[in-house]
Design a protein around this ligand. Structure first.
Ligand code: PMP
Length: 353
């Protein structure tokens, strides 16, 4: 590990030179149309509120269940797995961090570009090597490059962010079979997708599927996520995590949310309908938009002269911001710099876009 000295002589770790993760802008004050971080525009199941209130009346002076056993049992039941195949964390970011610490420490991790930009940050902290596999404009999985990947762990975001493109189980299985290491399918947006990879867990012991409560469950503020995998993989992750990594209120609220699958499905269906409506509307304007299986659209806007490109996207991003509409712009790559990522909001929010 590289290190350097501060003026007072102590050694600072290599982390000093890293750029930390930059989360999407969280504005202060009212009046913003906030469709920049793929939060759910609708509230969580009413049962979440009740469960948290009940937990508040309990014993917060005691530590929470260190293993979040009730959550593991409920998620296992939902997905047809054993509780030993599930682990919960403080958001799925916590889970991704555990995976990098356990499997990429002092070796290499692979991920696709563009995909979730936290993976390289987590790898950088661990001083793990990174291998970046670029998509082309089709945003389909680059099978040949992935089959040659020299890494211990590979992260695939499906549906992908920021494009929204979902990968079929057939395509994911092809990658999993060709990769000699752990494949993490980050399913933060799976509840808005046609297919999900959990059924592949029966067949592939090197597969890890991660989920979050921040999107479809409308609980970004609660911080809860989980991973499903072979029990040996979960056992390793359990040895890495903080003892009490999910607090009591979150365990109570998360359990209520998991138990209310009909509410989840109704909200997800509503968001998908709005998403498909706006994709069709923007296509009528001549704007290119990737087919989305998530709760956001990645759209290439055109100006009045019918032109698209980085300056058109940037100008529209600035114009939106001046009008208190927050969307996301990714200027760092030619594959993304002519696009805006717009989270699907409620009807009022979408009418303002
Ligand atoms: N994975 C992806 C692909 C995401 O977009 C996000 C949200 N930014 C996360 C994981 C993290 O979600 P959480 O809020 O559960 O940490």
């Amino acid at each position: 590990m590289s290190s350097s000295s501060s003026p007072s002589g102590y050694a600072l770790p290599h982390i000093q030179k890293l750029h930390g993760y930059t989360p999407g802008f969280q504005p202060k004050g009212d009046g913003w149309v906030k469709i920049n971080t793929n939060e759910n525009p609708y509230p969580p199941s009413p049962s979440v509120d009740e469960a948290i209130r009940a937990a508040l009346g309990g014993s917060l002076r005691l530590y929470p269940d260190p293993r979040s056993e009730a959550l593991r049992a409920e998620a296992a039941k939902l997905h047809g797995l054993e509780p030993e195949q599930v682990i919960f964390g403080n958001g799925s970011d916590d889970i991704l961090n555990l995976l990098v610490r356990a499997f990429a420490n002092e070796s290499s991790a692979g991920y696709l570009l563009p995909s979730y930009s936290l993976y390289p940050v987590l790898c950088g902290i661990q001083d793990a090597g990174t291998v970046e596999v670029p998509f082309d404009r089709s945003m389909e999985l680059p099978f040949e490059a992935l089959a040659k990947l020299d890494a211990k762990i590979l992260f695939i975001t499906s549906p992908n962010a920021p494009t929204g493109v979902g990968f079929s189980n057939e395509d994911l299985a092809r990658v999993i079979e060709s990769f000699d290491g752990i494949v993490v399918v980050d399913e933060a947006y799976a509840d808005f997708a046609e297919e999900n990879a959990t059924e592949l867990l029966v067949k592939y012991r090197n597969l890890v599927v991660t989920r979050t409560f921040s999107k479809s469950y409308g609980l970004a503020g609660l911080r809860l996520g989980y991973a499903m995998a072979d029990r040996d993989v979960i056992d390793v992750l359990d040895r890495v995590r903080d003892s009490y990594n999910v607090n009591q209120l979150t365990q109570a609220g998360g359990l209520a949310a998991l138990k209310d699958q009909s509410y989840l499905r109704a909200i997800a269906a509503k968001i998908c309908r709005t998403r498909d409506f706006y994709r069709a509307e923007w296509e009528k304007l001549g704007w290119f938009c990737y087919p989305s299986q998530s709760n956001f659209l990645f759209v290439e806007p055109r100006n009045a002269a019918g032109e698209c490109g980085a300056s058109v996207a940037q100008d529209l991003f600035e114009f939106f911001k001046e009008n208190k509409i927050l969307v996301r712009y990714f200027p760092s790559s030619p594959l993304t710099d002519s696009f805006l990522r717009i989270s699907v909001g409620d009807e009022d929010q979408m009418l303002k876009v």
